[in-house]
Design a protein around this ligand. Structure first.
Ligand code: DLL
Length: 435
């Protein structure tokens, strides 16, 4: 596949140029924050820091962190740096716990975001003549409108299907000839199953690639989706607080997501100490929105765990790459003292060629954590003997024990009995929280 760029001058710019752009934007942003966001002015004053102390991007570690709690404490609009008349859009995080975090955009911010999403689409080979089938939810969630504006910015044709009504999604793909599918990876899997159940050969669809994100997914899941839909599956990352989808994106090399670092400056920190961590080591991802006006967050702690790698990519981009995330620090399960991310369980299951539909149920009995992994049987397994099925359960339990050092009860469940997701999948039910 050839390498395509939406803005090659920036995406493949020499590092000195990027350093210059980042420094200039950080200086401007810090002034904006100090002058217009009371929380930042207070924090700077407490630290004895003045905007003039920030002379280049290398000074970023002098700045304070921002957390989700800061956004919640100033809910809904307390961290906005522009007057209401300059806003053109509001979105909100899809968080399920506590108050939602509300984010705002000026016209320029929407443009930055649309350019970011357009870069992602072009990177995976989308062109003006493509139909971009957007099955992310439209609304306060940033997925739908983010890819929609990206598609229009590129000059492609957005099909705003939104999520849900999965058979209709497939019919639209067939009838309109959708070229690129945008949705969560779990929904892509569900759409793939529906294509199969409708007796359609996926190769007869025009679909050639997908841009999947909004939740953590593994390389093994990528292969499952590529198989079931007969397409190339690419990752796209983002979060409402920073922009929405397009903060970073896969290129055809599929070796990490390039961060649009002329707009979103990344760092990796040790989540316990806040200290910067070297490239190549897993830690918490932190972003500074150096290209945004309405909500210019400084060193925002995403709670997503990943690592960064630098160097010129085979695709020619010089933008730093982030690995697939392991998950969020707050999604990490601690089972009898052992840390485990749901994505690690997913890897083990899929490497054993199990069905990609699974659920993890965590509980506490007699003060002891228990973990049950429910995995759907394939149709072929369903007619197997009980003895053989027990053997499969033991094999999975053994693999979890030897790879993750975790002992879990495995329960094979009937095909299609676990809930399917049209948005972000809920893989973990942690009953301990309600003790
Ligand atoms: O999920 C934005 C988005 C929409 C990204 C569509 C990609 C595609 P939020 O609802 O604010 O925004 O959730 C942000 O989702 O902090 C990550 O934990 C997770 N996340 C997003 N993209 C990925 C990804 C959107 N590609 C939170 N891989 C983030 C892993 C992801 N996790």
């Amino acid at each position: 596949m050839p390498y395509n760029y939406y803005e090659p001058d920036i995406e493949c710019a020499p590092r000195e140029v990027l350093h210059w752009i980042q420094s200039r934007r950080l200086i401007k942003m810090v002034e904006n924050c100090y002058n217009n966001v009371p929380l930042y002015r207070k924090r700077f004053d407490e630290m004895g820091l003045l905007p003039g102390d920030i002379k280049s991007i290398d000074d970023i570690t002098k700045l304070p962190f921002t957390t989700k709690t800061d956004l919640r404490d100033t809910y809904p609009f307390g961290m906005f740096a522009v007057p209401k008349e300059d806003l053109v859009r509001i979105h909100a995080s899809s968080g399920t716990t506590g108050k939602q975090t509300v984010v705002g955009y000026t016209q320029n911010d929407i443009d930055v975001w649309a350019r970011s999403a357009a870069r992602a689409l072009v990177s995976i080979g989308a062109t003006k003549s493509d139909y971009i089938h957007v099955s992310y939810g439209y609304g306060l969630f940033t997925g739908g409108l983010g890819l929609h504006y990206g598609a229009e910015k590129l000059g492609a044709t957005a099909i705003p299907v939104s999520s849900g009504n999965t058979k209709r999604q497939v019919t639209i793909m067939q009838d309109y000839g959708s070229d690129i599918l945008c949705c969560t990876p779990s929904y892509a899997m569900f759409i793939g199953e529906t294509v199969r159940d409708m007796g359609i050969d996926p190769k007869t669809l025009k679909l050639r690639a997908g841009l999947f994100g909004a939740e953590s997914w593994t390389e093994s899941m990528r292969r499952e989706i590529e198989n079931i839909l007969a397409i190339k599956a690419y990752d796209i990352y983002g979060l409402s607080e920073i922009a929405g989808p397009g903060v970073s994106f896969d290129c055809p090399c599929q070796t990490g997501m390039h961060i649009n670092e002329d707009f979103f400056y990344p760092e990796i920190i040790n989540p316990d100490t806040g200290e910067p961590m070297p490239d190549g080591e897993y830690g918490e991802l932190v972003f500074t929105c150096i290209g945004k006006e309405a909500l210019p967050l400084i060193r925002y702690r995403t709670r997503d765990v990943c690592k960064l790698t630098r160097g010129v990519c085979d695709c020619g981009r010089t933008f730093v790459k982030m690995s697939k995330t392991r998950g969020r620090t707050d999604d990490m399960l601690i089972i009898r003292g052992i840390n485990v991310f749901p994505s690690q369980v997913e890897s083990v299951l899929l490497d054993l060629k199990m069905d990609p539909n699974y659920q993890i149920i965590v509980d506490r009995r007699n003060n002891l954590d228990t973990m049950e992994v429910q995995v759907e049987m394939t149709d072929a397994m369903f007619s197997d003997t009980v003895r053989n099925l027990e053997g499969v359960e033991q094999k999975i339990a053994g693999a979890l024990q030897s790879t993750l050092n975790i002992s879990a009860r495995i329960k094979l469940v009937e095909p299609k009995s676990l809930p399917r997701s049209e948005g972000k999948a809920k893989r973990v039910i942690d009953n301990r929280k309600y003790d």
